[in-house]
Ligand binder design. Structure first.
Ligand SMILES: *Cc1c(COP(=O)(O)O)cnc(C)c1O
Length: 487
């Protein structure tokens, strides 16, 4: 299999080259040139474990990895660090099937990919004869930083540098970051908000001089962001696995169409669902659910992508995004793999802040429905779902639940990606349940008590852990901080 750039100005590469590079040299994103041929025998898949299905899918997309390499990546990624040996659990309410993607070490769906990515990256590097140490540099507001550290922590040949803003992270997230104990993880707070942290990190990634100094020290930067194809492919697995489980449970016949709904930010998770459909998952409709940063809702309804609007801070912060990078990968296929057309849209977005799809391209997106939930609707959905179904949602999953109700009568079996544990956002959930809001360990205990549920083992002793990372810097100190950490 070859991977090509969505913008058409970079040579085709192998899977391991695409993973190692992250982004293509022309600024585009790597996509498979052709879909791999896999025969999805649902009755057989129904009796396979998550790990077996992961091996099947990874081997098909990453065809320059040996079976042994794939097997060792899967073993390292989907082992005892999960609180369920199934990795992904399904929770049924009528025709709605919550696909719980939050049973990993940091309680959010990013663990599924980020437990695998470090092993994919180091294997790809070895395969390419590259012996440099891989340095992951990331600015994070939400779940990426903690999930990346959990994945890369203590993986040989990697260093991970996380910068998070002093303002705008939940107390669980701050505690997860400050107590990270892996010796190759370096965590620093930056004064200001996420934008300030992001800008400081981006200014470094573009520096030629820094790249050269890294090379002299046998180091190279890489990305843990979902622009890396190595993050998307592991996410295809759970759609295939969940469907096979529904067949096993007798909920659906093999081959029967399902709907899929996903709370969406950077468009990685729902893109993986689309990829799954391209290799044979029978999907009738995709529902793209957004919060008040509803650029994608407007896009799917009008064909116009317009980022010229205010950024809103919401209770579903992992979806507070105005430019959804992975949408480029969907448009590439909707345009009939027309890289010239994609490059024009992306240039227009960069220069003017918006682009309008051609009618023919827009028509190819008619399986996608979109909607959004505002802050009140998120709270009301958490409240009513707990009252009616006794099922506790986090704010991101609540967005998905709300948007399903807008568009669907749930006549068809529907998979909804449940992307975070409610325990990752105890304050928002307590508010929605009309409970007094308390922080730290007390917040966890309050949530457990009022919902008669258990604090997940992953964070049971989180607030007893010693704080290891106390450093706070100004944005302009980032360069000297990195020098101290790396050289
Ligand atoms: C990252 C994240 C999302 C958004 O996923 P994308 O792949 O960026 O669309 C949704 N919910 C949670 C909890 C997340 O951490």
């Amino acid at each position: 299999m070859r991977y090509v750039s969505t913008r058409g100005q970079a040579p085709a590469v192998s899977a391991s080259q695409a993973i190692l590079a992250g982004i293509a040299p022309d600024g585009g994103l790597y996509v498979p040139e052709q879909w791999p041929q896999i025969s999805l025998e649902w009755r057989a898949l129904a009796n396979q474990s998550y790990q077996e299905i992961a091996e099947l899918i990874l081997a098909a997309f990453l065809d320059d990895f040996t079976p042994m390499e794939i097997q060792s990546v899967v073993q390292a990624a989907y082992g005892a660090q999960w609180d369920s040996s199934n990795i992904v659990n399904l929770h049924q309410v009528g025709n709605l099937h919550y696909m719980e993607l939050f049973h990993g070490p940091t309680l959010a769906f990013k663990d599924v990919a980020l437990q695998a990515l470090p092993h994919l990256l180091t294997t790809a590097a070895a395969k390419q004869g590259n012996h440099d140490k891989i340095v992951i540099l990331t600015a994070t507001s939400g779940d990426t930083g903690t999930a990346a550290m959990s994945g890369f922590g203590n993986v040989d040949q990697t260093e991970i540098l996380v910068f998070y803003p002093e303002i705008g992270v939940s107390d669980i997230q701050r505690q997860q970051m400050q107590t990270e104990s892996a010796t190759n993880a370096h965590v620093t707070a930056i004064t200001g908000n996420f934008d300030d942290a992001q800008r400081a990190v981006k200014s470094l990634l573009g520096q030629k001089e820094l790249q050269e100094r890294l090379a002299q020290h046998q180091l190279r930067f890489s990305s843990a962001n979902s622009i890396n194809i190595g993050r998307l492919i592991p996410q295809i697995v759970y759609y295939i696995y969940a469907y096979a489980q529904l067949v096993k449970q007798g909920q659906i016949q093999a081959g029967q169409m399902v709907d899929i709904a996903v709370p969406t930010g950077n468009f990685g998770n729902i893109l993986a669902a689309y990829y799954a459909s391209q290799i044979g998952l029978p999907v009738n409709e995709f529902t793209v659910a957004s919060n008040e940063n509803n650029v994608l809702t407007d896009f799917f309804n009008t064909g116009c992508y317009d980022r010229r609007r205010h950024f809103k801070v919401t209770s579903a912060p992992a979806m507070d995004i105005l430019v959804s990078s992975n949408l480029e990968r969907l448009i590439y296929f909707a345009s009939g793999q027309n890289s010239q057309e994609v490059a024009e849209y992306m240039q227009a977005l960069d220069e003017n802040g918006f682009y309008q799809l051609k009618a023919t391209t827009q028509a190819n997106l008619n399986h996608f429905k979109a909607g959004y939930a505002n802050e009140e609707q998120i709270k009301a959905t958490i409240h009513s779902t707990f009252q009616q179904d006794g099922y506790l949602l986090d704010p991101h999953t609540a967005v998905g639940r709300f948007v399903i109700d807008q568009h669907s009568d749930l006549k068809r079996p529907t998979l909804l990606a449940a992307t975070a544990s409610p325990y990752k956002f105890p304050q928002a959930v307590l508010t929605a349940l009309d409970q007094p809001v308390v922080g730290g360990q007390s917040g966890l205990v309050a949530l457990a008590t009022c919902t008669n549920s258990k604090i997940p083992a992953q964070i049971q002793t989180l607030f007893d852990q010693p704080i290891l990372h106390k450093q706070v810097i100004q944005p302009d100190q980032i360069q000297t901080t990195i020098d101290q950490l790396l050289f």
